[in-house]
Design a protein around this ligand. Structure first.
Ligand SMILES: Cc1cc2nc3c(=O)[nH]c(=O)nc-3n(C[C@H](O)[C@H](O)[C@H](O)COP(=O)(O)OP(=O)(O)OC[C@H]3O[C@@H](n4cnc5c(N)ncnc54)[C@H](O)[C@@H]3O)c2cc1C
Length: 492
């Protein structure tokens, strides 16, 4: 038994849990977060990686969500310029799917529902001879949203929470949470050793994402106040099918849309799907039907045809959507709700249902505001104007120039990756490196010992996948032997 009493225990190290832990720790609360696997190991590393208002959600009248998400784009672009940047989207016009007036009305709302400071507005476009789309497609629209490295956003929120004094425990599952009048007695299990320990906390947050309802029944033995629907979405990664830095949003005959996004310089990321699932969310993987669906719609729009055999990587995530009794998976609300359970004299429980990566900061702020009644000593909200770790610089171009001057012996493409992964934390990672040899062993694809050490020491990386698929996407470029060497190096 750890006899310290925490103010707040957060269960779940996805974007919502880490966002809440960071917000609360920054307001002076004593916080612990437990994550049963790696940070962002579930939904939060398997998204389409867009900081977006959600143009499609306007069709479902989700004005509250879209307005909040549109405004958050500007906040997040400013606070995390290393891992979030503007992305222009091209929407080819298909008159039989959505008429011109409808798209124009949607884009007008998208441009005006909230204030834009950095993102450019929308306009119509004509496709010239250099268009990668099939020749009959002559016209379309262009608009702005943002790109995010989703898993790094989670890790950086955890780093910030820890900088603010929070204790972050990965590979640590909450197996029981019992209310003892004005505190929670929480049983944690180390998922690697099986060892258990007990923690006391005055408040509890259930941010278990796809497991939010299950945690009520399994660990707390109380009924969940809301139902969720588990909707799987999958992506494929192929060698890039078009040049340039713009993404494409493709309308399908089934009324769905699919994104084709420039990915990691040399690849295209294509997704996503909406498949309702009933199985354990940790088993999510792409089906042949989803592959066929994504390949077919891509080939319908692009001159460059792809086949299943071109796929170099796939990933799938399960959306924990708030059940609003919609008839189809794609029309279930993407908005979130925060439920508080408390009775006079009893420790409160706050649970998160639904949510988007884009709105995580607002969700966290609203959640911690709700807890203020139980912890009046906490400070005011603060995350809107504070950069995330490594995000304290004005532009990627300026930071790259500074890094080039300070570390002239590092190749420019590698420095560019550091800018977009670590921002100013690059200095911490390269601490004590004065020449290339100081960076240590090179494992391949630009991964040096200093980066590996940094991820293990400062970002809770404990396995190969943590390093090559979540803290980075180097898995796309490393071969089997290189992966094996990295794995061994982490164990040692
Ligand atoms: C295919 C797809 C595409 C998407 N695209 C976008 C997009 O482009 N933009 C956007 O804004 N949003 C997008 N989303 C939505 C977004 O990814 C999710 O809303 C968000 O990641 C949910 O975060 P979370 O923290 O609630 O859940 P999760 O990330 O799943 O985190 C919950 C965590 O809780 C842990 N956990 C569960 N039970 C326990 C326990 N007992 N003890 C300890 N830990 C536990 C899990 O291991 C997990 O890591 C997408 C989602 C999907 C699936």
């Amino acid at each position: 038994m750890n006899n310290d009493i925490y103010d707040l225990m957060v269960i779940g190290g996805g974007i919502n849990g880490c966002g809440i832990a960071n917000d609360a720790a920054g307001r002076g609360l004593k916080v612990m977060l437990c994550e049963k696997n790696d940070l962002a190991s579930s939904t939060s590393s398997n998204s389409s990686k867009l900081i977006h208002g959600g143009l499609r959600y306007l069709e479902h009248y989700e004005f509250r969500l879209v307005k909040e998400a549109l405004a958050e784009r500007e906040v997040l672009l400013k606070n995390a310029p290393h891992i979030i940047w503007p992305l222009r989207f091209i929407l080819p016009h298909q008159p039989h799917l959505r008429p011109r007036w409808m798209i124009q009305a949607g884009l007008f709302l998208y441009d005006h529902l909230s204030k834009r400071a950095t993102l450019k507005g929308s306009h119509g476009v004509s496709f010239g001879s250099d268009s990668p789309l099939i020749k009959p497609l002559k016209k379309g629209f262009e608009y702005s949203d943002g790109w995010v490295d989703d898993a790094r956003l989670v890790a950086l929120n955890a780093v910030s929470a820890a900088n603010n004094g929070a204790t972050i425990k990965t590979q640590c599952s909450c197996i029981k949470a019992q209310r003892e009048k004005d505190y929670w007695l929480i049983t944690l299990q180390d998922t690697l050793t099986g060892d258990t320990s007990h923690i006391k906390s005055r408040m509890l947050v259930n941010a278990a994402g796809p497991w939010v309802a299950q945690l009520f029944s399994d660990a707390m033995d109380i009924p969940s106040p809301k139902n969720i629907r588990l909707v799987k979405g999958s992506h494929i990664v192929v060698p890039k099918i078009h040049n340039g830095d713009k993404a494409y949003i493709l309308q399908n005959e089934d009324n769905r849309i699919v994104f084709v996004i420039p990915y990691e310089n040399d690849f295209s990321l294509i997704g996503t799907t909406d498949v309702e699932v009933n199985h354990d969310p940790s088993d999510a993987h792409i089906s042949q039907n989803e592959i066929d669906y994504l390949v077919a719609i891509t080939n319908k729009y692009f001159q460059h045809k792809i086949r299943s055999s071109d796929i170099v990587h796939t990933f799938s995530g399960v959306r924990p959507l708030l059940d609003d009794e919609s008839s189809s998976a794609q029309s279930v609300t993407r908005d979130y709700t925060i439920e508080i359970d408390h009775k006079e004299g009893l420790a409160p429980l706050l649970s998160v249902f639904g949510g988007k990566i884009t709105t995580y900061r607002k969700l966290a702020e609203a959640a911690v505001n709700k807890l203020q009644a139980f912890a009046p000593q906490m400070g005011p909200s603060w995350t809107q104007s504070k950069p995330l770790p490594g995000g304290d610089f004005s532009s990627q171009t300026v930071l790259k120039q500074q890094l080039q001057q300070q570390y002239p012996w590092i190749d420019v493409p590698l420095l560019e990756r550091y800018v977009r992964s670590y921002g100013t934390l690059t200095h911490t990672m390269l601490n004590n490196c004065h020449k290339q040899e100081d960076m240590g062993v090179h494992y391949g694809a630009g991964l040096y010992q200093c980066e590996l050490d940094y991820l293990v020491k400062h970002e809770w990386a404990t396995s190969l996948d943590d390093v090559i698929w979540r803290r980075s996407k180097l898995g796309l470029r490393l071969n089997k032997e290189q992966k094996e060497r990295i794995s061994q190096a982490i164990i040692n």
